[in-house]
Design a protein around this ligand. Structure first.
Ligand SMILES: [Ca+2]
Length: 227
């Protein structure tokens, strides 16, 4: 059976399941990758109480709270950490920038999606936030804000397509976080670092080195996390 047909059947089954227990199944398709957990994206149990992500949406991100209200997936909602696990809703749903719009293809990597309403489920790694556009030079432009308190955005450009890594090292030369390891096209990119190491623990305040390696290019910048 063709893959797209199986996906179609899955979506129909998901929608029918929602209809039986929740009168607003269309909202599932108004957040990135909302089809993965269907109604449980926002509810503890389908049709039941809302989880922390669903509570935030109900509080501020519905066009109206009646049955016709649509979910507003915005940068503000993407930047919230609804379940308090150290990762923003956007990071968990593979759209850290909050740029995705309903009906567009889902962003990022489906395999990395985690639950924005369940603090026990969080991503092992936040992958590249892509803003591909024409670029003519390799450059690790820097990060903003710097110094930073909670999170910082690292900007770079690639002149050529290639395997790219973006890492954070401490001053002892030990890698604390791999932010990206992927194949990227030439373009401009922004990747967010939330000050956590690869184990999800917040690193100690201080000076770190951010290293970009892609093709012939290696660039290093100082990144300072405040206390
Ligand atoms: Ca989570």
């Amino acid at each position: 059976m063709p893959c797209h047909f199986i996906m179609y059947l899955t979506l129909i089954a998901s929608t029918i399941s929602c209809i039986q227990i929740d009168a607003r199944p269309f909202r599932v398709f108004q957040v990135p990758h909302g089809n993965i957990r269907s109604c449980q994206t926002c509810h503890v149990e389908p049709g039941g109480d809302r989880n922390p992500f669903g509570q935030d949406i109900e509080r501020l991100y519905l066009t109206s709270r009646d049955i016709d209200g649509d979910v507003l997936w915005t940068l503000a909602l993407a930047l919230l950490d609804s379940d308090g696990d150290g990762f923003t809703n956007g990071e968990e749903l593979q759209d850290a920038s909050g740029r995705w719009k309903p009906l567009n293809p889902f962003p990022g990597d489906t395999a990395l999606v985690t639950h924005p309403g369940d603090a026990r489920d969080y991503p092992a790694r936040v992958f590249c936030e892509l803003q591909a556009d024409l670029a003519t030079v390799f450059s690790l432009t820097g990060n903003y804000p710097n110094p930073f308190l909670r999170s910082t955005f690292i900007e770079f450009s690639l002149a050529e397509h290639g395997i790219t890594t973006l890492d954070i090292f401490n001053l002892a030369g030990i890698r604390v976080r791999r932010l990206a390891e992927c194949e990227l096209s030439a373009g401009y990119y922004t990747v967010k670092w939330n000050g956590h190491d690869d184990e999800g623990r917040r690193v100690a305040p201080g000076v770190y080195l951010c290293q970009l390696a892609s093709g012939p290019y290696v660039g290093i910048r100082r990144v300072v996390m405040m206390r």
